[in-house]
Design a protein around this ligand. Structure first.
Ligand SMILES: Cc1cc2nc3c(=O)[nH]c(=O)nc-3n(C[C@H](O)[C@H](O)[C@H](O)COP(=O)(O)O)c2cc1C
Length: 333
């Protein structure tokens, strides 16, 4: 068996296959099964500041109703609720697993990011992934302002916490490498590329906007592989990839491009721990076949810095791909 151990965020992982933020860690039993199948770490589903606020409001309203009715059993809104559940889950996962537990946070306000990150650190998480997911829907807000806001969050958390920080970003940046560099300067340890944004759909019958979650397709992994290759060794961050990693070959490509770890969610939601076991087995088999004793023997060998034809990751490839496309002969009879 090849040596699949790796380091990520200063932590020791038995494999580079990480369970991506998702409901998969809501049950300890499920997280355990994924660990047994070869997961190197788990990322918990995000704690959303908005939910914590709504939860506190709802419970404060319940308490008030209770008091108005003359009840004496009023539950205090500061205790219990989704925040406490989340913190308790960190402790439960830490107690049940040997692999690292990475918490995930999606904040709204500066104080919310900070306060919740502190609580997560105190609850014993091994690292924190920041889910930077805000839709810039206001046309008056420039790209600079959006980026400055993100960087300020990272800086503020870095000043306060010693916890390793990964930052999960979406693909919609004009200059992802430059932004990644600035994340490193702000104190991030890793960048997670790229979140998948769930596109709201329009229901044609009812003419309403409806939420739609569609699981990913392996084709989507190529966007991540390309940017991992472009970033590897050129930004002072470890790179985690997420989005479309279903098969051993998808994970192998990401590692060749320079990713430190490969996160998986959709494949596991579709097929359970067996999907992780298959990728683990496939990666191990491929490394043995190619006589790579460990991950460092080949990681990054297809990155922009080290590939024989780095131009392939740039524009040259785009023109070739377009010009090389031939129309089927009987397309327009
Ligand atoms: C049902 C579901 C829930 C998710 N919840 C979160 C979340 O709470 N926080 C987060 O950062 N990403 C979340 N994600 C995104 C995944 O972590 C992952 O980045 C994305 O699904 C792409 O990976 P995949 O192609 O392996 O699914 C979720 C994805 C799914 C499918």
């Amino acid at each position: 068996m090849a040596d699949l151990r790796t380091r990520y965020l200063g932590l020791r992982l038995p494999s580079p296959l990480v369970v991506a933020a998702s409901p998969l860690t809501r049950e300890v039993a499920c997280a355990r099964a994924l660990e047994a199948a070869g997961a190197g770490a788990v990322v918990m589903d995000s704690l959303f500041e908005e939910e914590v606020i709504e939860d506190a409001r709802r419970r404060a309203a319940d308490l008030q109703k209770d008091i108005d009715r003359g009840g004496t059993q009023g539950r205090h809104p500061a205790g219990g609720g989704c925040l406490d559940d989340y913190l308790e889950r960190i402790a439960a996962l830490k107690a049940a697993l040997e692999i690292p537990v990475i918490a995930s946070l999606n904040g709204v306000s500066a104080s919310g990011w900070l306060e919740h990150a502190r609580l997560i650190a105190r609850a014993g998480a091994d690292a924190l992934e920041l889910n930077l997911y805000a839709i810039p829907a206001d046309p008056r807000v420039s790209a600079e302002r959006v980026e400055a806001g993100y960087l300020e969050v990272v800086r503020a958390l870095r000043r306060e916490l010693t916890l390793p920080l990964a930052v999960k970003i979406g693909p919609q940046f004009s200059a992802p490498l430059h932004f990644a560099r600035r994340l490193a300067q702000a104190g991030a340890d890793a960048v997670v590329i790229f979140n998948r944004f769930y596109q709201p759909d329009i229901d044609l019958l009812r003419r309403v906007v409806v939420p739609r979650i569609q699981l990913s397709h392996p084709q989507e992994s190529l966007l991540r592989v390309r940017w991992a290759a472009l970033m590897a060794g050129r930004v002072e961050l470890e790179i985690a990839v997420t989005g479309g990693f279903h098969r051993p070959m998808d994970a192998i490509k990401a590692l060749l491009a320079g990713a430190q770890v490969v996160q998986m969610a959709s494949a596991l939601l579709e097929r359970g721990p067996e999907a992780l076991r298959e990728v683990h087995r496939g990666l191990d088999g491929w490394m043995q076949e190619h006589e790579h004793p460990d991950l460092d023997a080949f990681r990054g060998s297809m990155s922009y810095l080290r590939a024989a034809d780095p131009g392939g990751y740039e524009r040259a490839n785009y023109r070739e791909a377009l010009h090389g496309f031939s129309l089927p002969p009987d397309l327009c009879p």
